[in-house]
Design a protein around this ligand. Structure first.
Ligand code: AMP
Length: 397
């Protein structure tokens, strides 16, 4: 696969698939420009090399054309982030777009309309992909890690229409790939993964793949209780997936056979209802009384996890340790963030990803301490599952 460094952008036009799926307020202004910032290095590199760029993205989940989801609304924010004028064309393909592309001069930026105004985008329609490839760009760059796990027209199918010398990942996508590989495949031992979140069912692929990669697998969050119940413990009213008990048992056996240490909570914060102002108690993880539910890991577990993290050279974290949206059940998640921050300061390599874990790290102002914070949700999970992502694979095919 080529990288940006291998390509010569001078006097060329480059079509970049970015992820500008940013949140907008009621006045249709961008409220968080992180994703635009994340694409900036790639855009700047190409412009500074003497090229021009055409940016394409999706925004939200429109059902057909809907002005509320027009990328026109984000033009002022993109201009602010890039510090230059951004032209906009209210379509993605066709004559109007071709004309705008033909008129682009080196250093200029053109933004296309929301790709998801066209059903062909999500369907991965070959004709739509070809029409995108035909607007007049010399190169295709994919810098949208957040959608790299989708075989959409603009993220994967379009790459068929550019040969290997004319396509590459952008700097963000490249960084995601190398950072995830660094933790997952080239991590210095001991490697520890902390996997949290609501359900075993949504993380099963990740857990199974991690059993081949890590020394310690710490399981936290709602999914803990399916494992605890599978081991014969009383879980009260905690979140349990009864149809996944056998699967949990199989994972525990598989881990043993592979020499992977699985760490489950030893104590939990329980609540008498699913609410921030519930009554709470700290109890042994083996014995949650009826009528109570576990909503966070307890203090002994926090200490245990901290110790394991401090002794690790590579740390991967995805998913909260409790219902962290409620302040009273956020301690476990916050402690994990702090522990990883500290271990990273002492030289460990850390990879954090997933909306909730990243939010925790941001809230604790630890972003600078973590070695790499992934911008992907579903895409990161699929990388952790060991899957080949269509948006990445298409760049070398
Ligand atoms: P996921 O999207 O699978 O990573 O799950 C994230 C969600 O899991 C968050 O909204 C948390 O509130 C929820 N969660 C974490 N721990 C628990 C728990 N002990 N009981 C119920 N939900 C939980």
């Amino acid at each position: 696969m080529k990288t940006l460094k291998d390509l010569n952008f001078k006097n060329k036009k480059t079509l970049i698939r970015v992820d500008f799926n940013v949140p907008l307020n009621d006045a249709l202004q961008v409220t968080d420009n992180t994703r635009i910032q994340a694409a900036k290095p790639t855009i700047e590199k190409i412009l500074n090399d003497g090229g021009s760029v055409i940016l394409m993205s999706h925004l939200g989940r429109p059902k057909g054309k809907d002005d509320k989801f027009s990328l026109r609304h984000i033009v002022p924010e993109v201009e602010k982030v890039l510090g230059r004028k951004v032209r906009f064309v209210d379509d993605c393909t066709g004559e109007k777009v071709k004309k705008a592309v033909a008129g682009l001069k080196p250093g200029e930026v053109l933004l296309l309309e929301n790709l998801r105004f066209y059903p062909g985008e999500k369907q991965g329609d070959e004709n739509f992909a070809k029409a995108l490839a035909d607007i007049g760009a010399d190169y295709y760059i994919n810098d949208a890690f957040g959608t790299a796990h989708r075989a959409h027209a603009s993220t994967a199918v379009i790459a068929r229409f550019f040969d290997k010398e004319h396509k590459a990942p952008g700097l963000l996508l490249e960084k995601e790939i190398t950072s995830i590989r660094k933790a997952l495949d080239e991590g210095q031992k001991p490697v520890t993964a902390i996997i949290g979140g609501a359900k075993v069912s949504s993380k099963i692929g990740v857990i199974e793949n991690l059993l081949n990669k890590v020394d310690n697998l710490i399981i936290v969050g709602g999914m803990t209780f399916t494992f605890l119940k599978a081991l014969g413990n009383k879980t009260g009213n905690s979140l349990v997936e009864d149809d996944k008990l056998e699967l949990a048992k199989r994972i525990l056996e598989e881990a043993k056979a592979k020499g992977v240490k699985i760490i489950l909570p030893v104590d939990v914060v329980i609540a008498d209802k699913f609410s921030n102002d519930a009554q709470t108690k700290i109890v042994d993880a083996q014995n949650i009384p009826d009528g109570w539910q576990g909503l966070d890991i307890g203090p002994e577990t926090r200490k245990l996890i901290d110790k394991i993290i401090q002794n690790s050279k590579t740390i991967i974290w995805n998913g909260p340790a409790g219902v962290f949206e409620f302040d009273n059940f956020a301690k476990g998640t916050e402690q994990i963030g702090l522990s990883i921050g500290k271990a990273s300061g002492n030289g460990a390599y850390s990879l954090v990803g997933g909306g909730d874990s990243v939010a925790a790290v941001k809230k604790l102002r630890l972003t600078d301490k973590i070695s790499y914070i992934s911008t992907g949700g579903g895409a990161l999970l699929e990388m952790l599952e060991g899957k080949k992502l269509p948006g990445i694979a298409a760049l070398s095919e």
